[in-house]
Design a protein around this ligand. Structure first.
Ligand code: HEM
Length: 302
C-alpha cells in the first residue's frame, strides 16, 4: 500500500498512520478455503480427464499410442479417467451443497448485486464491451463482487461439467442406462462427451479462461487470489468498487476482511503457488499444441 503523506497535526498524522498500518494487516477475502479447494480439485481432475480421455478419442493416432504406452495401457487410462471423474463429480455435489446452504440462509433470495445471478448491469457491461471491440469507445466498467465474464464463465463451466458428468456416467454404466433409455442414447452420450471434451478444453480452457484469468492487463501474468484467497484492501476497492462501496454503506465490510498471513506462511505459499503455476503453464502449452494439432487434423481431412 502507498505511504501516506499528510499535512495534519502530529497526533492526526499518527492516527492516520496507525489506521493505514491496521489496513495493511488485513486482506479482503475474495474466496473461502472451500471455494479454493473446489477450484483446485476441478483444475487437477479436469487436466487428468483430458490427458486420459483424448488418447481414447484419437486412439489410432501415433501420439495417442505413445501416451497410452506411457500411461500403462488403455485399461489403466480408463481407470484413471474414472477416478478423476469421481473427484469432479464430488466437486459438483460440493457446489450443489454450497448453493443449497446459501439458499437456506437467504430463504431463497439469492439474487442481487453481490451474487452469481446475472443482472441487467451485466448485460449493459457486455454490450459496452462488444461496442468497444467494434471500435465504438472504451467503456469504464465498475464491477461488483463478480463481473459479467466471471458469471458467464461460471455458468458455462457448470453447464459443461454437468453434461460431462451425465454423459460420462451413461458411458460408465451402459447396461443401467439402457434399462431406462433406448440404446441410441449411448451414441448421443458418446458424441456429446467427446465433443464436450474438445469444447471445454480447446475453447473454454485454452482461450477463454486463460484470457480472462491471466492475460487481462489488470491481472497479467498471474492472479494469486484463487490460491491465497485474498488481496490488499486498496486493490479490492479499485477492482470491485461497487462491492466495496456497498459494504462500506451497509457496514458489512468487516465480514470480508481477514488477517494477512504471516511472512513465513506467505513464503511457503509462494513456493507452492509457483510450482502450481509452472505445471499449469506446461499443461496449457500442451493443450494449445493439441488444439493446433486438432485444427490441422480437421483441415487435412476436409
Ligand atoms: C470435463 C471433463 C472430462 C473430459 C475432458 C473427458 C474426456 C473424455 C474423452 C475425450 C473420452 C473419449 C471419448 C471417445 O472415445 O470419443 C472420454 C471417455 C469416457 N469418459 Fe470422460 N471426460 C470428462 C469427464 C468425465 C466424467 C465426469 C465421467 C464420469 C462420470 C467420465 C466418464 C467417461 C467414460 C466412462 C468414458 C469411456 C472410457 C472408456 O472407454 O474406457 N468422463 N472422456
Amino acid at each position: 500500500m502507498a505511504s501516506i503523506e499528510t499535512h495534519h497535526s502530529p497526533t492526526a498524522a499518527a492516527r492516520i498512520a496507525a489506521a493505514a498500518a491496521a489496513v495493511e494487516q488485513v486482506h479482503y477475502q475474495r474466496f473461502t478455503a472451500f471455494q479454493r479447494w473446489v477450484h483446485f480439485l476441478i483444475m487437477c481432475s479436469f487436466t487428468v480427464l483430458v490427458f486420459t480421455g483424448m488418447p481414447l478419442r484419437y486412439s489410432d493416432q501415433g501420439w495417442a499410442k505413445w501416451e497410452m504406452s506411457h500411461l500403462g495401457g488403455i485399461q489403466t487410462a480408463g481407470i484413471v479417467h474414472r477416478f478423476a471423474a469421481m473427484i469432479m463429480v464430488s466437486c459438483v455435489f460440493c457446489m450443489l451443497g454450497f448453493f443449497a446452504r446459501i439458499l437456506v440462509k437467504t430463504r431463497g433470495r439469492y439474487w442481487g448485486p453481490g451474487t452469481m445471478v446475472p443482472t441487467r448491469k451485466d448485460w449493459h457491461d457486455l454490450v459496452a464491451m462488444v461496442r468497444w471491440f467494434l471500435g465504438k469507445g472504451r467503456p469504464v466498467l465498475e464491477h461488483d463482487r463478480y463481473s459479467y465474464w466471471e458469471k458467464f464463465e461460471f455458468w458455462a463451466a457448470s453447464g459443461g461439467v454437468t453434461i460431462m458428468c451425465v454423459t460420462g456416467a451413461m458411458l460408465w454404466y451402459p447396461q443401467l442406462t439402457t434399462r431406462f433409455l433406448p440404446g441410441i442414447f449411448l451414441n448421443f452420450a458418446l458424441v456429446n462427451h467427446s465433443g464436450g471434451a474438445l469444447l471445454a478444453m480447446g475453447f473454454v480452457f485454452v482461450f477463454w479462461h486463460v484470457f480472462h484469468a491471466h492475460l487481462r492487463p489488470e491481472v497479467f501474468p498471474m492472479d494469486k487470489t484463487m490460491f491465497d484467497g485474498g488481496l490488499p484492501v486498496d486493490e479490492y476497492a479499485r477492482e470491485r468498487p461497487l462491492e466495496y462501496e456497498r459494504r462500506v454503506r451497509e457496514g458489512s465490510l468487516h465480514e470480508v476482511l481477514v488477517p494477512v498471513h504471516s511472512p513465513s506462511r506467505q513464503r511457503v505459499e509462494n513456493v507452492i503457488w509457483w510450482a502450481i503455476t509452472i505445471v499449469a503453464l506446461l499443461v496449457w502449452a500442451a493443450f494449445t499444441l493439441f488444439v493446433i494439432w486438432v485444427a490441422s487434423f480437421w483441415l487435412g481431412s476436409l
